[in-house]
Design a binder for this molecule. Sequence first.
Ligand code: IMP
Length: 192
Amino acid sequence: MKLVFATNNLNKLREVQEMLPQSIELLSLKDINCFEEIEETATTLEGNAKIKADHITNNYNYNCFADDTGLEVEALQGEPGVYSARYAGEPANAENNMNKLLKNLGNGDNRKAQFRTSICLNLDGKQFLFDGICKGDILSEKKGEQGFGYDPIFQPEGHSISFAEMDSADKNAISHRGLAIQKLVDFLKNLK
Ligand code: IMP
């Protein structure tokens, strides 16, 4: 079966392909000649994942899944959430996003946060949602050089280092995206 992953991020694509049975062939947006920007206009992660998956299924007639991720900070009522990529404005910039978050959080005691990934799968006319959550704390300053986005200021629960101090295999094993993708893969493997 051919299945589109609505991304052009080759790292994400390879990671998922390696977890899937060989009977499922993953295609990127480029593979199906989809080059237009898909506007993420929803106010929820689920909504944006659905917009992307539906765009591909409706316009290209493929089974497809799409993901969307946000960092939800408890003391900021779930901000930046669905607006994580462009929290500090355009163009998207990870340093500015982290600085804005640290400033807004100040020295508050409640530093609880979670990354959440939502995946929407369109399969043979039916729609399925999967999610993955990684709970942790926002550090008071940046630590580590690896990863991307908010990794330097996020310390996952039960660990004493930030995501940016972990190697990618260790991060993937506990991350929001890793957990959501694992649920999707288990579902696809069990299809009759
Ligand atoms: P996307 O939906 O995967 O593109 O993620 C949206 C935004 O959330 C990214 O631009 C990052 O700012 C942030 N983000 C998503 N996943 C991670 C992660 O694993 N670590 C740090 N930041 C992330």
